[in-house]
Design a protein around this ligand. Structure first.
Ligand code: SF4
Length: 75
């Protein structure tokens, strides 16, 4: 399984809502194809689901990506 930061639009996933612009969002891509968006902050914040149901429309831990962050989530 590979892991990368999630960009705003994610091929193969429903619209991600806030997760699509969040620095905590990670993509877990399995070898067989399915892609899962994982919340990287969930391990230290009990309020957050490890695999959020998309689209996320409200989140207490949303951390906006900086404008200059590389969109390297597409594999
Ligand atoms: S902190 Fe919230 S918005 Fe960010 S990835 Fe986790 S669930 Fe999504």
């Amino acid at each position: 399984m590979s892991q990368a930061r999630a960009p705003g639009r994610l091929d193969g996933l429903p619209p991600a809502g806030l997760c699509g612009s969040c620095a905590h969002a990670l993509l877990n891509r399995t070898r067989r194809g399915p892609v899962y968006l994982r919340c990287g902050a969930a391990s230290s914040d009990d309020r957050l689901p490890r695999y959020p149901r998309l689209p996320v429309v409200a989140c207490p831990a949303h951390l906006p990506l900086a404008d200059d962050s590389p969109a390297d989530g597409r594999a």
